[in-house]
Design a protein around this ligand. Structure first.
Ligand code: PLP
Length: 476
């Protein structure tokens, strides 16, 4: 270590010295002491590393500057004290955004969840009989009614549902599945991987683009356990392609005695084609077509909490219940409270469309989107017309969440261009506001899709945009 480096290191103040700085003492009045101390330690440690790594002279002059150190420590203390998981404004127009928490819950579901969280509940207690009950009792009847199934079982998420089904019905035996359906959903869920972990032996049939019923028939052997059909949620094979409908697989299942399981992924509980969107597979149709078990997510098109729903034959569901893994993937009480309330809304389709935010966003009339876009534009213009140019342009929203991947829903976008800042700088600054706002970049502008911005977020969003557009401080 050379002498200059040693000198710079010696010039760094101690933690205690910084704690005595007047502006740090001021900060410590509004923030907990642990956050201030931890921030100072971290900032000092970072400085030591930079100096030891021999940064350029001009930089080193700044590295020991106390003003800069203090400012950095204050910023970090505020960051440490903020919750890590926070609400944000989703102006991307992707309705079911996996990175942004998927489905926002219906207000009634939120209220029920809070109520159950706050006190004790009859989670596993049968109040009528005065005896131990099952947490599944709160949703099983609803799920059966909404899908036409005999029995139902709710778990932690759909990946867990698939894991539980394969492990219960096919451990050490073969799962017959089309090559065209060996999908990867998101970055961590691959059907072949989950199959292996569940103990099932993959028996691929057909080709990537075409699979016929006879491919399945040829694969049936004494080693077979189930026939699995997986919805290719997040992509479509178009052109020269065909997969076998679940009804035909059900026929084969009946002939061979093999249970037919379908993972429909998103699991729309109402027919989206009635709402002007493309059709997504519905669990009820799959049951009607003869599937023995159907699995789907709670927080995709259904618009409820994270959950995996399994519906189907009573005999098979009973086997799932008895698998010790069922305990490991069980649904928690808060999700269950939100799930029950969301499912209840579906008992009346009108109620579901009116109150489930995912459905509301998907069917929002263009007129309503235009109204919101107009309000957003006017607010932004009123606050920052000197710095920004705002206009309304045509664009498309996405369903997201691995549903209807080809569907581009017409929307109106509020396009914002800063006179002195690039779209990249605006976008980055908006991620760091409180609350953060997520936007898309289109050319040299950022665009905001009002479809996924709630009414009460519009003014906040306008204020955030105005605030990041005026500041001229160097962007870090
Ligand atoms: C999304 C999806 C899953 C995983 O569901 P999670 O609820 O996210 O665990 C599994 N299978 C299909 C077909 C899906 O679309």
């Amino acid at each position: 270590m050379d002498s200059r480096t040693r000198l710079l290191l010696r010039q760094l103040p101690s933690v205690d010295e910084l704690l005595q700085e007047p502006s740090i003492r001021e900060t410590a009045k509004t923030l907990p002491r642990w956050a201030v101390v931890e921030a100072i330690r971290e900032v000092l440690e970072r400085r030591r590393r930079l100096i030891a790594n021999g940064h350029s002279e001009s930089m080193q002059a700044d590295l020991s500057s106390r003003v800069a150190l203090v400012a950095e420590a204050q910023r970090m203390a505020r960051r440490l004290n903020r919750p890590a998981l926070r609400r944000l404004i989703n102006a991307t127009g992707v309705v079911i955004h996996t990175n942004l928490g998927r489905a926002p819950l219906a207000e009634v579901a939120v209220e029920r969840m809070v109520e159950v969280a706050r006190g004790y509940s009859n989670l596993e207690y049968d109040l009528e009989r005065g005896d131990r009950g099952s947490r599944q009792d709160h949703v099983e009847r609803l799920l059966c009614r909404l899908t036409g199934a005999e029995a139902a079982f709710a778990v932690n998420n759909n990946a867990a549902a698939v894991l539980l089904v394969i492990n219960t019905l096919a451990e050490g035996r073969e799962v017959i599945v089309s090559r065209g359906e060996l999908v990867e959903i998101g970055d961590s869920f691959r059907i072949p991987d989950i199959m292996r972990r569940a103990g099932g032996i993959l028996r691929e049939v057909g080709t990537t683009n075409r699979t016929y019923l006879r491919d399945y028939e040829d694969a049936v052997s004494p080693a077979s356990a189930i026939i699995l059909k997986v919805h290719t949620s997040n992509f479509r094979i178009q052109g020269f392609a065909s997969q076998v409908p679940v009804a035909e697989l059900a026929g084969l299942g009946e002939k061979t005695g093999l249970p037919v399981v379908e993972d429909v992924g998103s699991g729309a509980l109402i027919d989206l084609s009635q709402l002007g969107l493309s059709k997504e597979p519905m669990p009820s149709e799959s049951i009607r077509a003869g599937a023995d078990l159907v699995t789907f997510s709670g927080d995709k098109l259904l618009g409820g909490p994270q959950a995996g729903l399994i519906v189907g034959k009573r005999l098979l569901v009973t086997r799932l219940r008895r698998n010790p893994l069922a305990r490991a993937v069980r649904i928690d009480k808060l999700s269950l409270a939100a799930l029950e309330t969301t499912l209840r809304l579906y008992l009346d389709e009108g109620q579901a469309v009116a109150h489930v935010p995912v459905l509301q966003a998907l069917v929002m009339p263009l007129q309503e989107i235009e109204r919101r876009a107009g309000r957003l534009r006017d607010r932004i213009t009123a606050l920052a017309s000197d710095h920004l140019e705002v206009s309304i342009i045509e664009g498309t929203s996405e369903v997201g969440g691995g549903a209807l991947p080809l569907e581009a829903i017409p929307t109106r976008l509020v396009a914002v261009q800063a006179i002195r800042l690039t779209a990249q700088v605006l976008e980055r600054r908006l991620r760091r506001t409180d609350p953060p706002a997520m936007v898309r970049i289109k050319g040299d502008r950022i665009v905001l899709d009002p479809r996924t911005v709630s009414e009460d977020e519009l003014d906040t969003l306008a204020e955030l945009i105005a605030s990041v557009s005026v500041s001229n401080e160097a962007d870090s």
